[in-house]
Design a protein around this ligand. Structure first.
Ligand SMILES: C[S@@+](CC[C@H](N)C(=O)[O-])C[C@H]1O[C@@H](n2cnc3c(N)ncnc32)[C@H](O)[C@@H]1O
Length: 415
């Protein structure tokens, strides 16, 4: 097996051993110290955010910038030029605390084209990168693809003859996964299973090597608990959607995180997911319009209710945006059982919505600095939990950020 050592001296390393706990403590302190800056969501605060009185110069500067400015800095807020204090210092600390190396990858070997047939390009790149990042001391004999979808990842891993079990709760995906495996001559078992139900523990065997690529919130934390209870020797997870949990607040897994004063709610857990790398121009245009219109409606609802507070609105079918702005507002007011809006200067209100969008997106840049630190804090909580359960853990990236912003991979092995 050829392994490219991807971390040389100029590159950061993957995290393991004592470094896990040390980084967790640093991130914990950083996040706690600056909660006032990253917790409040600019979208829901009007006319100003609580931190603006403490940092008037920064607030003023951000408020002057255009929507294009916010968009160009959105995914790399730490590279923003010219922002007043304390932005540059915070950005530098966040970048330092977010440094993380890539897992070494096995060299690309030729993979039969039929294995990638029908898999969208980016998905295939992610699966391929994930599989090349796994190198366990004991060669896996039985892969368990957790929340497998159609089981593309599992099939790639099991192509050389290891056994494969895929767990997935969507019937249709189980069926088409089984069909695909049959067609490709891979003797996989695709099992319909809700991994959150009590009987899911019966599916885990000590001989399994569980893998989970982009299993949301509780779906992957459940795997960590069940796999360590089942004594699995090794596992690999790349989490996503930290906010898909059934409790109001985050339930930390590790002792270190349980002892932290950081209490995260569902909105906080959405912060690491707020980048927009995957959007095409049309999707972006739609999202901008939806946000600008909601921000315009927000001004209206404050007036209609006679109360200066945010009112959450449901996600709406795309058809809502095909209406005119006034119809959009009237329909939304009806949906929220508000008084019918009286005569308004609709074009002016819509314009205010767009102006607010630019302001909100720029103010969000400060919050975005904390996106990766919070994500790493969450991954380290998982890593420390596994360490306490007797695993040796390595935390690193498995693919480029452009291939997927959810590019963190935890590898865990027991002796
Ligand atoms: C983001 S997808 C990832 C799929 C696959 N691992 C991949 O990378 O292509 C998450 C998968 O979890 C499945 N899922 C959601 N809730 C589940 C549950 N309670 N039990 C089992 N699978 C579930 C979904 O149907 C979906 O296929």
């Amino acid at each position: 097996m050829h392994i490219h050592a991807m971390s040389d001296h100029s590159n950061p390393h993957t995290l393991s051993g004592a470094a896990l706990e040390q980084r967790f403590a640093e991130l914990d302190q950083f996040l706690l110290e600056h909660q006032a800056l990253w917790r409040p969501r600019p979208f829901v605060h009007y006319p100003t955010l609580p931190w603006e009185t403490d940092h008037p110069e920064l607030a003023h500067w951000l408020r002057q910038q255009s929507l294009e400015h916010a968009d160009s800095a959105h995914n790399q807020p730490h590279q923003l030029k010219g922002a007043p204090d304390p932005f540059p210092q915070l950005a530098a600390t966040a970048a330092r605390l977010s440094q993380l190396g890539a897992h070494p990858q096995t060299a690309t070997t030729s993979i039969p084209a039929r294995l990638s047939n029908g898999i969208p390009g980016r998905k295939w790149e992610q699966i391929n990168a994930f599989s090349r990042s796994l190198h366990f001391a004991h060669p896996p004999t039985h892969w368990l693809d957790w929340c497998s979808g159609k089981g593309h990842l599992g099939r790639l891993l099991a192509r050389d003859g290891a056994q494969l079990t895929c767990l997935e709760h969507d019937d249709e995906l189980v069926r088409s996964g089984q069909q695909l495996s049959g067609k490709l001559g891979i003797p996989a078992q695709h099992i319909q299973q809700d991994v959150l139900s009590a009987d899911a523990s019966l599916q885990l065997k000590t001989a399994h090597t569980p893998v989970a690529l982009h299993a949301c919130g509780e779906l992957h934390t459940r795997l960590l608990q069940l796999a360590s209870a089942a004594n699995c020797t090794q596992l690999a997870i790349a989490p996503c959607c930290y906010n898909r949990i059934s409790t109001q607040h985050y339930q930390p897994l590790s002792q270190q995180a349980q002892q932290s004063a950081l209490i995260l709610d569902i909105d906080d857990l959405g912060l690491p997911l707020s980048e927009t790398v995957t959007a095409g121009a049309r999707v972006k245009r739609h999202r901008d319009q939806s946000m600008a219109w909601r921000l315009g409606f927000d001004l209206l609802q404050r007036e209609l209710r006679g109360e200066n507070s945010y009112l959450s609105t449901p996600s709406l079918p795309a058809a809502y945006l095909d209406k005119s702005f006034d119809v959009f507002c009237k329909d939304l007011a009806k949906l929220k059982e508000l008084p019918e809006p009286n005569t308004q200067n609709w074009p002016a209100l819509e314009q205010l919505g767009w102006q607010r969008l630019a302001v909100v997106r720029n103010l969000e840049l400060l919050r975005n600095i904390f996106r990766r630190p919070l994500e790493l804090w969450l991954l380290l909580d998982r890593a420390l939990y596994l360490e306490a359960s007797g695993y040796q853990v390595k935390l690193g990236t498995f693919c480029a950020y452009e291939q997927s912003p959810r590019n963190l991979l935890l590898l865990a092995e027991r002796n």
